[in-house]
Design a binder for this molecule. Structure first.
Ligand code: 13P
Ligand code: SF4
Length: 311
């Protein structure tokens, strides 16, 4: 996978070896970052990889809540990011003080937070979930308990439908997954009647209702590899197409178009990371992501519960 002639790859690999560093990358990263990474995965797989790594230095090529999660799960390791400004609209939508007020209105409810949230929200939660395990996690909550689900209202609505649970939903959205144009997708389906529409559960409910398959980034990748179909319209961040092209080479992949003439199906936060910033971060061991011990300890329990509940 490594381009033979790119000296930056060699330099990164040398520093990685010298410092016993590991690069963990989300599927939404630039292809070249995915290619240099030691591990590429979705949020759940990356959390597990961060928890289990023996490396001294973790470079998290993803967004801030992911790097924070790595530090919470493996606090003796140094965690760095290529660009500290790589945030997330879902995480930003849910400030801790406002969330505490919602919890106070429903004191008996079980609090499930999507991993796309800050450590301060995780610390206020009973269990964390990702898009891979959200249905499984919510299904384990006793039927007589009310549920608060934050911060993604689309994933929350999808999980409520799948589990039959009535949930109080925080009204956050992902700026990438709410941007797909259903009109343009309908047009694409007319042009490609043999294509399956596959979508991430962060998409709007009306788009999910029209989709042939719904799943996390890993589930979408697995589906494209295993499905007998040859053509797919893919409604999620366009970075996943890189692994789909590598792992399902004969298939036709069409990125679902956004509403405007923009690249809005590229996450602007994920795409702040570049290969050059990966190199600099490894060289300088900065920017570092740290979580103060008391907060880290509170946020760890719901993350560990998620990992136990999703085996
Ligand atoms: P998954 O990695 O769980 O598919 O979530 C996608 C996402 O939006 C990550 O920010
Ligand atoms: Fe956040 Fe959406 Fe970007 Fe994922 S794709 S990091 S949910 S803004």
């Amino acid at each position: 996978m490594k381009p033979e002639f790119d000296p930056i790859f060699d330099e990164i690999n040398q520093i990685k070896k010298a410092k016993n560093a590991v690069i963990l990358a989300h599927y939404y990263q630039e292809p070249e970052i995915q290619d240099i990474a030691d591990f590429v995965g979705d949020s759940l797989e990356l959390a597990r990889a961060a928890q289990n790594t023996k490396a001294d230095l973790i470079l998290f090529a993803g967004v801030h809540f992911m790097a924070e999660g790595a530090k919470i799960l493996n606090p003796t390791r140094k965690v760095i990011m290529p660009d500290l400004r790589a945030g997330c609209s879902l995480s930003d939508s849910c400030p801790p003080e406002a969330f505490a007020k919602l919890r106070a209105k429903h004191p008996d409810h079980f609090v499930v937070s999507y991993i796309n949230c800050s450590a301060a929200i995780k610390a206020q939660s009973d269990v964390i979930c990702t898009s891979s395990n959200a249905v499984k996690i919510v299904s384990r909550i006793p039927k007589d308990r009310g549920v608060i689900f934050a911060p993604d209202r689309n994933l929350g609505a999808y999980v409520a439908k799948q589990t039959g649970r009535d949930m109080v939903l925080w009204q956050g959205t992902c700026i990438v997954h709410e941007t797909f144009s259903e009109r343009k997708i309908a047009q694409l389906r007319l042009e490609h009647p043999d294509a399956e529409l596959i979508a991430h559960p962060e998409c709007e409910p009306s788009l999910l209702a029209k989709s042939d398959f719904i799943g996390s980034t890993s589930a979408l990748l697995k589906h494209v590899i295993e499905s007998p179909k040859a053509k797919f319209i893919i409604a999620t961040e366009a970075g996943i197409l890189h692994q789909m092209k590598l792992k399902a080479p004969g298939k036709t992949l069409i990125a679902a178009p956004p509403n405007h003439e923009c690249n809005c199906n590229d996450c602007p936060f994920m795409k702040l990371n570049t290969l050059e910033k990966v190199l600099l971060a490894l060289k300088n061991e900065t920017p570092e992501v740290d979580v103060p011990a008391p907060l880290r300890e509170k946020a760890l329990a719901p993350l560990e519960k998620m990992l136990q509940w999703s085996v």
